[in-house]
Design a protein around this ligand. Structure first.
Ligand code: F6P
Length: 493
């Protein structure tokens, strides 16, 4: 935060996302929607100050002032109204019917039409126009655009002409490998060309960045070159130069540690568990916790397979250790999500029918999102955490769990297909593609010497404290901010 304030001086940051960071509950009461990206950036921007442009999702006025905590400046939220049919094509149609399954290696779930692509383009164009208009009111130190729903905003801003502040983009989800020999879909050329409009495009891991570069080379051939820092591509509009960087997103671990230790939060969590029949005092076997939007990429079916394999591997766990899954529904206007939610529910019911005993259920599902101040103590009181994503750009739940454990002795089991597994060492890796092997790893982890688990958790926490979300922001923005300062002559070297 200090770095940002010094580097940016008095010029605020302008953030652009698809989803707005708060839900208006009437009378000025705001709550955070589920989803790591909006919560993370909300935390940053409420401390640095700045402006945020997003698509409106709930009531309340435009130009909302979102307050910061304890003396933090907060930020201004500009909420854009998009007509429902256009939004449907953009969000359910192209963003989550095409881009999401494509980049999460789920080609069989792709469904979308040419109209959806047109809607996506149009929404990106409108957002870009709003950003350009806001530049006339106040010029930010840089514009920071996020995620696959907004890939074309930079291109549309450049088309509008005029001088622009540096444009940074962050791609939060995985980048898929280009299947060799297959002709890339036509729209991919447009998405990639759109990304080339930014001055920097950030990725979560080296693997995703390298796959992006491979995609650029397969689409542009010898018109593209990369010197390890700068990617240059000759396009119809001239030569584009940008920095494709690697910046693994993180959390504020101290915030989660404090929330997890707070006696009032712990009491609330115990009462919550009591209501679910999971009070650790009366159910000493405890619960494994999972927290995900109900998305096929989060591996719900695979997780339930793992649980069943765990019970058959160690029958003493059936009747004792439950799975508590916090699983708010998501994107239900997309067919693939509706079908998947039904399948996941049916699978959980089948498991419950088979294994339930008097006063005990194997699977307890909470179908709404929970406030982080309740989640943190729930992580802390758990027997362990399961992250089973089949593909995930990063996965912040794993990091939140480690921070909330705060050196406790409950293990984390994390899918090797997550950015978290790819960028942190010493984690217990599972593989949703192999539920039986994963069950064995979970069984071993649950019976490990608690001091050994505690040591692993403390090492991971030390890493997170160093690689926290503030560092993520600083490393992300350092290069574009420096370039801007040099260009304006504001920074004397
Ligand atoms: O990066 C994935 C992402 O789109 C994030 O922007 C967001 O945190 C999450 O998925 C939630 O998605 P949605 O806005 O569609 O609910």
């Amino acid at each position: 935060v200090r770095f940002y304030r010094e580097a940016a001086g008095s010029a605020p940051l302008l953030v652009v996302t698809n989803r707005e960071p708060v839900v208006w509950k009437g009378e000025g009461v705001l709550s955070l929607p589920p989803g790591g990206v909006s919560q993370t950036i909300h935390r940053l921007l409420s401390r640095t100050g700045g402006r945020w442009i997003a698509l409106r999702d709930s009531g309340g006025p435009d130009g909302l002032r979102v307050p910061g905590e304890e003396g933090d400046p907060g930020y201004r939220l500009d909420r854009m109204d998009i007509p429902p049919a256009l939004m449907e094509g953009h969000y359910a149609g192209f963003s989550n019917g095409v881009l999401w399954p494509f980049f999460h290696d789920e080609p069989a779930r792709i469904s979308g039409s040419q109209d959806d692509l047109l809607a996506y383009r149009e929404v990106n164009r409108r957002v870009a126009a709003r950003v350009v208009e806001s530049l006339r009111e106040s010029r930010p130190s840089l514009v920071w655009v996020h995620d696959y729903q907004m890939a074309l905003v930079g291109r549309e801003m450049r088309r509008s002409g005029g001088s622009l502040p540096p444009l940074a983009f962050f791609w939060h989800i995985p980048w898929t490998a280009m299947p060799s020999g297959e002709i890339p879909p036509r729209w991919l050329f447009e998405i990639v060309s759109g990304l080339l409009s930014y001055d920097q495009v950030g990725f979560q891991t080296e693997l995703y960045r390298d796959r992006f570069l491979e995609t650029v080379f397969s689409l542009f051939g010898s018109r593209a070159s990369w010197d390890g820092e700068t990617l240059s591509v000759t396009t119809d509009g001239g030569v584009r130069r940008l920095h494709p960087g690697v910046f693994p997103i993180s959390i504020d671990p101290d915030h989660f540690r404090m929330m997890a230790r707070d006696p009032a939060n712990l009491l609330r969590a115990r009462l919550f568990l009591e209501d679910l029949g999971l009070n650790p005092e009366t159910h000493p076997g405890g619960y494994l916790i999972s927290v995900d939007r109900l998305d096929y990429s989060k591996g719900f079916l695979e997780r339930l397979d793992m649980l069943e394999a765990l019970y058959s591997l160690d029958p003493s766990l059936a009747g004792r250790v439950s799975l508590l899954q916090v699983a708010p529904s998501t994107r239900l206007s997309v067919d693939a999500y509706r079908r998947y939610a039904e399948a996941a529910e049916a699978r959980a019911e089948a498991l419950n029918r088979r294994y339930s005993r008097e006063g005990w259920r194997p699977v307890v599902t909470v179908s709404r999102s929970l406030d982080p101040s309740l989640l943190a103590p729930l992580y802390r009181l758990s027997r362990g955490c399961l992250v089973t994503a089949t593909r995930d750009g990063m996965n912040l739940v794993a990091k939140e769990f480690l921070a909330s454990q705060d050196g406790g002795s409950s293990p984390l089991f994390v899918s090797r297909h997550t950015g978290t597994a790819m960028t942190m060492e010493g984690l217990s890796l599972i593989d949703p593609a192999d539920p039986r092997l994963s069950a064995r790893i979970i069984q071993e982890g649950l019976s490990m010497d608690p001091r050994e688990v505690q040591r692993k958790n403390l090492d991971a926490l030390a890493f997170l404290r160093e690689h926290n979300v503030y560092r993520w922001m600083a490393s992300n923005l350092a290069r574009p901010l420096l370039a801007a300062s040099l260009a304006s002559g504001a920074l004397a070297l």
